[in-house]
Ligand binder design. Structure first.
Ligand SMILES: Nc1ncnc2c1ncn2[C@@H]1O[C@H](COP(=O)(O)OP(=O)(O)O)[C@@H](O)[C@H]1O
Ligand SMILES: [Mg+2]
Length: 394
């Protein structure tokens, strides 16, 4: 033995850098110098291992340790690219070394290089995260095993990188969606107000002028009265259209009276327009919840009703709004033809995806229950932004 193993500082270790390998590195060899940590109490065994690695064309620096303290110390200093470890050592054991290394870095390749290892022990260590085991009597396997371990580690890193990238782009997409929806809602609110106020006032002005004109027509122009009447009802119709457009853009009721009132209003509009019976049961008293929360619910509700009009062939819709475990829950059940599983998961179901996304953006979720011919129930559940108002029949 050229190094004496004691558990006291300074850590007993031998650091050597192997000169560039004489044989050209085999294809797939890591171009950079590998950092190898070797846990081995027998110096001549260590030399043989090092020799085999060099002969195999690996470029590496090797640090040998033989105690627990030294092993841990090396792991703390800089994570190696690879750990080679004996199984039985005088003051330490490979099994514990494996546990320590895996805790530090689960992806770190760890190969047992050992004199004897029963098959059962070998299987047990592999189960616990060892990359491979090579018997000292069959060191020809060492270099192929090391190369494979390094390649697998690289592939794992690559995969993690790709996953991380995917996660990040998903996050960015979410942020973009939030932003777009926010901008869209702002824009709609602004246009809704402008259409309502500017156009509404101008039309009312016209109507008043027309009434004045009608009252001041000279005797000989009385024949124009019917024309004035037609114009006046034309203006009335336009005023109604302006109101409708403004309300469709963003119902003022949502901002002035809140979600409960807006849902009741939307449901009654729906019933009037389609002739489909729409019952609303609300068991929460109105609170002016924050705007993102309210908007999410309301837009999902509108999209649900639109889908019922377009697809369901329903004759009856039940709407419920309840508070449940700190969440507000909206269910919309129709008695129509039902959505198929395929339609629910289809990537072209942009409306359904949009509803999911909207709910997710405010921390909620949405579920679709359906069976062919048995109607569809949409359940939206979103955590209340503040503590819910005391529930009670509305
Ligand atoms: N209430 C419903 N009843 C029956 N089918 C529905 C209902 N809602 C949605 N669907 C089906 O799910 C599909 C996806 O809905 P959606 O994503 O909103 O797309 P779109 O309304 O633009 O067709 C619809 O095309 C329709 O076939
Ligand atoms: Mg739709």
């Amino acid at each position: 033995m050229t190094t004496t193993a004691t558990s006291n500082a300074p850590p007993p270790e031998v650091s050597r850098t192997a000169p560039a390998a004489t044989p050209a590195p085999a294809p797939g060899a890591a171009p950079k110098e590998l950092r190898i940590l070797l846990l081995e109490d027998n110096a001549s065994h260590a030399e043989i291992v090092e020799h085999v690695l060099k002969e195999g064309g690996l470029r590496f620096s090797l640090t040998r340790v033989e105690t627990r303290d030294a092993f841990q110390d090396q792991l703390e200093r800089a994570t190696p690219d690879l750990i080679l470890s004996d199984y039985a050592l005088p003051s330490f054991d490979g099994y514990t070394a494996l546990t320590i290394a895996k805790e530090k870095n689960p992806g770190l390749p760890f190969i047992f290089v050992t004199g004897t290892m029963g098959e059962e022990v070998a299987i047990e260590t592999l189960k616990n995260g060892a990359t491979d085991y090579v018997l000292k009597t069959r060191l020809a396997r060492l270099v192929p095993s090391v190369r494979r371990a390094l390649q697998e580690a690289e592939e794992r890193r690559e995969r993690r990188r790709a996953e991380e990238q995917l996660r990040r782009s998903h996050q960015q997409l979410r942020a973009l969606t939030t932003y777009l929806q926010y901008v869209r809602e702002e824009e709609r609110t602004r246009i809704s107000r402008e259409v309502h106020d500017e156009l509404g006032q101008a039309l009312t002005g016209l109507k008043m002028d027309l009434a004045w004109l009608s009252g001041h027509l000279p005797q000989n122009a009385r024949g124009l009265q019917p024309k004035i009447k037609t114009m006046s009802s034309g203006i009335d119709a336009t005023i109604n259209t302006v109101r409708r457009i403004s309300t469709e853009l963003r119902p003022g009721i949502l901002d002035s009276l809140g979600l409960v009132a807006a849902i009741e209003w939307q449901a009654s509009e729906f019933q009037t327009r389609t002739g489909i019976t729409c019952n609303v049961t609300i068991t929460v008293s109105e609170t002016l919840w924050d705007q993102d929360f309210t908007t999410a619910f309301f837009r999902i509700f509108q999209e649900t009703l639109t889908n019922i009009i377009r697809h369901a062939k329903a004759t009856r819709v039940e709407v419920k709004l309840d508070a449940e475990n700190g969440s507000l829950v909206l269910t919309v059940a129709d008695n129509g033809r039902g959505i198929t599983e395929e339609e629910m998961t289809n990537t072209r179901s942009i409306g359904l995806i949009g509803m999911r996304e909207r709910a997710a953006l405010v921390g909620g979720d949405i579920g679709f229950q359906s069976a062919p011919g048995k109607g569809t129930t949409v359940t939206v559940r979103i955590p209340l932004p503040r503590s819910p108002s005391p529930a009670g029949p509305a």
